[in-house]
Design a protein around this ligand. Structure first.
Ligand SMILES: Cc1cc2nc3c(=O)[nH]c(=O)nc-3n(C[C@H](O)[C@H](O)[C@H](O)COP(=O)(O)O)c2cc1C
Length: 274
């Protein structure tokens, strides 16, 4: 099957697909000709689907990105600039959760949105682990605490910098500060050797966190857990990720106990204009 199929009736030969293809593999040989792949274009295509999505006439189809599976952008759903700004600025790290499970479908929807985040060369290396079981979340938190105890005993500078002694004390007093008693944790992992692993997981997780807000859920990055998951063998064993994969981001998720009424202040950005 050929990679690109162009509808000759719909194609206006405007060259938009040629201009927008990031790999430069589409050509118009003449003003009348239909767009075609350059020789060897199949091997260079990164399956980003720009050619399908950017054609105003719906003339372009792609074997890996079928036109009929690319949802149209609905104008009535576009955000105003004010809506977008408020939505992005109102997101907060949620650290108090209701004792209530989130339906699996909602967690799946978070990942469904997050998987559309950009990745280097459209490589899409992110894989997901959903720790749905709240007891298991608690067990994983316990393993992170073990890691912290080990670092504190070793007088690790990381333990001092991240105040791990206080986190351990809280745990011993019954307050869980690893996942903040969130009912679920979503973990983004990827092949450690993949050059886009870290950036892809981070960006996807950022999408996921934003989507929690849209669904009335709350999330917070689980940084202690991520740190431990990369080096603490008992936790690595418990996670049992595919061989060669590493955790690059984790999000606690649940229903927020409180709502926020104001947006935060941040440092004034340091900007150089040239
Ligand atoms: C990579 C990363 C790791 C984080 N790890 C934790 C964590 O382990 N525990 C926690 O309570 N908050 C964690 N946070 C949340 C930050 O503390 C929070 O984003 C910051 O204080 C700003 O607050 P806001 O997210 O509510 O705007 C993390 C944030 C990021 C981006």
């Amino acid at each position: 099957m050929t990679l690109l199929t162009v509808d000759p009736q719909k194609c206006k030969r405007d060259g938009i697909c040629v201009e927008t293809c990031p790999m430069g593999i589409i050509q118009l040989k003449s003003k009348e000709a239909l767009p075609t792949l350059i020789p060897g274009g199949d091997a260079l295509c990164i399956q980003c689907g720009h050619c399908v999505a950017v054609c105003p006439h719906g003339a372009m189809d792609h074997s890996a990105i079928p036109l009929d599976q690319c949802p149209p952008i609905q104008k009535e759903l576009l955000l105003s600039d004010a809506q977008a700004e408020q939505f992005l600025r109102m997101r907060r790290s949620i650290r108090r959760y209701k004792k209530k499970s989130v339906p699996r479908e909602l967690l799946a929807r978070l990942i469904e949105v997050a998987r559309h985040a950009p990745t280097g060369h459209n490589s899409q290396p992110v894989e997901w682990l959903v720790v749905y079981d709240t007891q298991e979340v608690r067990c994983l938190a316990g393993l992170v605490i073990d890691w912290m105890r080990h670092l504190v005993a070793e007088r690790s500078p990381l333990a001092t910098m991240l105040h791990m002694d206080l986190v351990i004390k809280s745990w011993e007093a019954g307050t869980e500060r690893i996942f903040r008693d969130a009912p679920h944790v979503i973990v983004a992992h990827a092949p450690q050797a993949h050059r886009a692993a870290q950036s892809s997981c981070t960006i996807a997780m950022s999408y996921l966190e934003l989507m929690t807000t849209a669904l009335g859920l709350g999330g917070c990055w689980a940084g202690y857990f991520t740190g431990a998951s990369q080096i603490w063998q008992p936790l690595i064993d418990a996670l049992a990720l595919p061989a060669g994969n590493m955790v690059f981001g984790a999000m606690m998720v649940g229903y927020p106990k409180y709502r926020y009424y104001r947006m935060p202040l941040r440092k004034t950005p340091k900007i150089v204009w040239r």
